[in-house]
Design a protein around this ligand. Structure first.
Ligand SMILES: Cc1cc2nc3c(=O)[nH]c(=O)nc-3n(C[C@H](O)[C@H](O)[C@H](O)COP(=O)(O)O)c2cc1C
Length: 383
């Protein structure tokens, strides 16, 4: 298949997005304007919510909903869709500072950010301040800000004293952040967990170290490194971080709906919520949350939809919409990765996009054998 020009794909995405917006606006029953779609565009502009805007260094973050760095997931296509559906900020997945330093091709391909994904942070991980500085310097011009990973719990990363391991070494954290902020012109941010384990909850201290050494924002996943990705999220500690420092704080962990996002923003006072796993194959979650927040702002209450809870908690697009989205998503992936790699990686995306649809698990074995775009489109048409 010939690779389609990015501008043409973006036009197709805009058409898809418009369709979604019409549907969700009808669903939310916005009554403030006869010209509904046009109006929500002018109100949200670039999906901005004035009351909630904040700055990371010189970057204006236009609403309080951002997409998470997700290794193996938050690639160019993910970030373009997240942004199109309203995410105010994107991140690359974590990239090895050694990989950048030694000019590995894979590291630089992860650092490629198109103009449709911005503002976008480029996340690096490592343990040696000098190497991390050099890496940050080498990729600084490719993104809008540099984010430092201080939370990854993967054993291979911890073994190299990187990611979440750093939370055990406050002095090293101070050295890394200070050396990078002193030489890098773009804003520098840090992504943290709340501590190494329950007996060592030190995120407030570390956030203060980050602020003192010139970081422009912190994002906090409310679990310990030891917890990995399960068990409860401690939003209380993140609230203390927000109260304890003056730079923006982004809260992360299990935020998967408008109701949860709105409650956590209110409770923690944080500047933004970060959406990770809930956005897999589900980019419309960004607009669901934003539309809910706008509804709250304009009506003084969220649109009451669910009869039991009385709360708006999301809008699931039709299967037809998902089919259009899936096909376009693959076309974007092919643009960035070539057909073979894109189709191989799309096997997991297709399951995410159609998750919950009857009979989808039985189709999984067919997904595994998809080899080219025609196979994929055939499978999508069969859903
Ligand atoms: C598959 C996967 C990959 C992740 N990759 C990264 C990463 O590269 N960098 C990072 O800072 N966090 C990473 N995270 C953590 C997320 O950014 C997020 O903080 C965490 O998953 C909690 O949020 P969630 O419950 O919304 O997913 C990853 C999480 C998952 C599940």
């Amino acid at each position: 298949m010939t690779v389609i020009n990015l501008d043409i794909l973006i036009k197709e995405l805009q058409i898809l997005l418009k369709k979604y917006k019409v549907e969700i606006i009808d669903f939310l029953n916005f009554k403030y304007s006869p010209n509904k779609v046009k109006d929500i565009e002018s109100i949200t502009g670039d999906f901005s919510i004035k009351r909630s805007m904040f700055k990371i260094g010189n970057i204006i973050v236009k609403n309080p909903v951002v997409s998470a760095p997700l290794a193996g997931i938050s690639d160019n296509t993910y970030r373009i869709f997240a942004r199109a559906f309203g995410s105010a900020l994107n991140y690359t997945e974590m990239i090895s500072s050694y990989g950048i330093y030694y000019k590995h091709k894979k590291s630089f391909s992860l650092a490629d950010v198109s103009r449709f994904e911005r503002p976008c942070g480029l996340q690096i991980f490592g343990s040696e301040p000098e190497i991390m500085l050099e890496a940050a310097f080498m990729v600084e011009k490719l993104a809008d800000f540099i984010d430092i990973n201080m939370g990854c719990p993967v054993p291979k990363v911890l073994k190299n004293k990187s990611g979440g391991y750093l939370l055990r070494d406050e002095k090293r954290i101070s050295d890394i952040i200070s050396i990078i902020t002193s030489k890098i012109k773009k804003p520098v941010t840090v992504k943290l967990r709340i501590g190494w384990d329950r007996s060592n909850i030190n995120v407030l201290k570390i956030a203060k170290i980050a602020e003192f050494n010139g970081a422009s924002a912190v994002a906090v996943h409310g679990r310990t490194v030891r917890q990995g990705f399960s068990g409860g999220v401690d939003y209380e500690v993140i609230k203390e971080v927000k109260e304890g420092i003056d730079i923006p704080v982004i809260v992360s962990g299990d935020i998967n709906s408008f109701t949860k996002a709105s409650n956590i923003l209110d409770y923690s006072g944080c500047d933004a919520v970060m959406i990770g796993r809930a956005s897999k194959g589900n980019p419309w979650i960004f607009f669901n949350i934003i539309a809910g927040l706008i509804s709250l702002e304009y009506k003084g209450e969220p649109a009451k939809i669910d009869e039991v809870s009385g709360l708006f908690d999301g809008f699931t697009p039709s299967i037809e919409f998902k089919k259009d989205l899936a096909k376009l998503y693959l076309k974007f992936m092919i643009h960035f990765k070539g057909e073979e790699k894109a189709v191989r990686e799309f096997r997991k995306c297709i399951s995410w996009i159609f998750k919950g649809i009857k009979g989808i698990s039985r189709m999984r074995e067919n997904f595994v054998s998809m080899k080219n775009i025609d196979d994929v489109f055939g499978q999508i048409d069969n859903i």
